[in-house]
Design a protein around this ligand. Structure first.
Ligand code: 6LW
Length: 537
């Protein structure tokens, strides 16, 4: 058996891992997608099965659908004295909070908000004397952010005593020291962080101290992991933001985020979860020691295998709940879909799936006037893939639309939509994009939103099978009838614009089903009978 990277394919950034006996659990960031913080289980580190979402109730997860790269930032998962703890930041709704559970599959508690906890990327550490410590990054977005630490009372979920700055990163004035985790090994406290920013200068660095609050001395070999020195088009890039786990036999592994780069410096799948072995030498960890960089595969550790059933290509939308692959965008403060008669029915809500052309976006592009979007989507997990979906929709007037969208963020997407235009029923391909006034340091997009109709065909029937064939960055869109006869709508679009390096933000591409009344909730439903996703790489 081998550990094959990525271990979580598609948009699964900022992984955090913990081990409880023979079981490993992992969580990742989820930003403005609902439910939030997917949680995975494994017994062998190679096969991971999603067992739920940590945040699956609206009361746990206030989110804005038009602020896709805000919401839930990097989570940490830990287990202590029979309780699971997940700590994270809701960047635009309340800050840092902890939820707990006896069973990692849930239910998880309501949020315990940590008053006075500044910044992002919180983590928890228990010392041998039973005291618990909170670490985070403060000064985020300023010139000299710092990793800070405070004791925390986990009965009352309150910080205790002073906040101490522990470390500012390995490089002088380093960019974005973040993602701190504390570990204790052989009498040393190790503080592992990420720095350099979550693009191709990303890195993992480490410092250690004899006492928990410092003084921390940096590892002379820092960074202990980076691909920043490699070609930016290296097929594995942006390596950083890791968490360590010790196996029962005393061996160690690191999970970290990295991106698969293809068709130029494009990372359409955003930041994914990778793994590498770690050995300790002379008191410091060495990651992937044979080559010093993250590889596509490693021999698996000697652990009992648990191989999940292969995922079916087709979702028939049977049952009364969506599968764990599916997400909404923003908190469902009112219902936007129903599962009925083995169909997913999405309501023609008032918000357009993409903003009107001419909208000006800044920073995280907040638009809190929009409460819900008629969007149900899943991650792109392969460089090449085929998608097909059966849509039954008869647009009642010229405002309604429904279809299939590749969505990188609120203002970077391409969609095929069924609309009624001048009395004709048509299927058209529309690209949404923003002028690239792209702020590299802060990962934020700003500019004017545009839309371009790139293809159009007449389609009188309410029934259609919409298809996407993605061959790396070469994207083609088709309509098919029940006999399978395909008609192209748009062929050979360069998909490179669906990468977050041009779009800004933290997201990987989603494949979404949508419906809208474009200005008013018309109370109709676009009906999706089945959905196929087939990875080809
Ligand atoms: C996260 C930070 C980072 O909070 O990006 O790569 C931010 N690391 O640690 C969003 O994922």
């Amino acid at each position: 058996m081998e550990l094959k990277n990525p271990i979580l394919a598609g948009f699964y950034p900022d992984p955090s891992i913990c081990r409880v006996g023979g079981d490993f659990y992992m969580v990742t960031s989820s930003f403005s997608f609902f439910p939030g913080v997917p949680i995975f289980h494994s017994t062998d580190l190679a096969h991971w099965e999603q067992i739920g979402h940590v945040l699956n109730r609206p009361a746990q997860l206030p989110l804005d659908p038009m602020s896709i790269s805000s919401g839930i930032f990097a989570p940490t998962i830990r287990h202590h004295n029979g309780t699971f703890y997940m700590i994270t930041t809701n960047i635009n709704h309340g800050g840092n909070f902890i939820v707990t559970a006896a069973d990692p599959a849930g239910p998880w508690s309501d949020p315990h908000w940590i008053s006075g906890a500044e910044g992002i990327d919180p983590s928890l550490f228990w010392d041998d004397d039973g005291k618990a410590y909170y670490t985070g990054t403060r000064g985020f977005g300023q010139t000299v952010p710092k990793i800070w630490c405070s004791e925390i009372d986990l009965e009352r979920f309150e910080l205790v005593g002073d906040k101490t700055d522990l470390w500012g990163g390995a490089l002088i004035d380093c960019h974005a020291p973040e993602a701190p985790h504390l570990y204790k090994k052989e009498g040393w406290y190790y503080l592992m962080i990420a720095e350099g920013g979550t693009e191709n200068n990303h890195a993992v660095t480490i410092a250690r101290s004899k006492t928990v609050l410092g003084n921390y001395e940096g590892c002379p070999g820092n960074p202990i992991l980076t691909h920043r020195h490699l070609d930016v088009n290296d097929p594995i890039s942006n390596v950083g933001h890791g968490d360590l786990v010790e196996l029962a036999d005393g061996s160690w592994y690191m999970v970290m985020l990295a991106s698969r780069i293809y068709g130029g410096y494009h990372k359409n799948m955003g930041r994914e979860t990778f793994i590498a072995p770690v050995v300790w030498q002379n008191g410091w960890p060495h990651v992937s020691p044979e080559t010093g960089k993250v590889e596509w595969s490693y021999p698996a550790p000697d652990l009992p295998e648990t191989v999940p059933a292969p995922k079916p290509v087709r979702d028939d939308f049977e049952g009364d709940a969506l599968g764990l692959d599916w997400n909404l965008l923003g908190t469902p403060v009112r219902s936007i879909y129903k599962l009925e008669g083995s169909r997913l029915k999405i309501r023609t809500v008032e918000a357009p799936i993409c903003p009107p052309a001419g909208t000006i976006f800044e920073r995280f592009s907040l638009d809190d006037r929009i409460d819900v979007l008629g969007f149900v989507g899943r991650r792109q997990q392969n460089m090449s893939y085929d998608v097909a979906v059966s849509l039954d929709f008869d647009p009642a007037d010229k405002a309604e639309s429904a279809g299939l969208i590749l969505l990188q963020n609120n203002f970077q997407s391409v969609r095929i939509e069924k609309i009624r235009h001048n009395g004709r029923k048509i299927l058209r391909a529309v690209q949404g994009y923003i002028d690239l006034e792209y702020t590299v340091e802060h990962n934020l997009g700003a500019g004017e939103y545009h839309q371009a109709v790139l293809g159009e065909i007449e389609w009188p029937s309410s029934q259609v099978i919409l298809k996407i064939k993605a061959r790396e960055q070469d994207l083609s869109f088709f309509a098919a009838d029940e006999s399978g006869q395909e008609t192209p709508i748009l062929e050979h679009l360069d998909g490179g614009f669906l990468g977050s390096e041009t779009a800004g933000g933290f997201i990987g591409t989603y494949i979404g089903l949508f419906a809208s009344g474009n200005g008013q909730d018309t109370g109709h439903f676009a009906e999706f009978d089945w959905f196929d996703y087939k990875g080809r790489d």
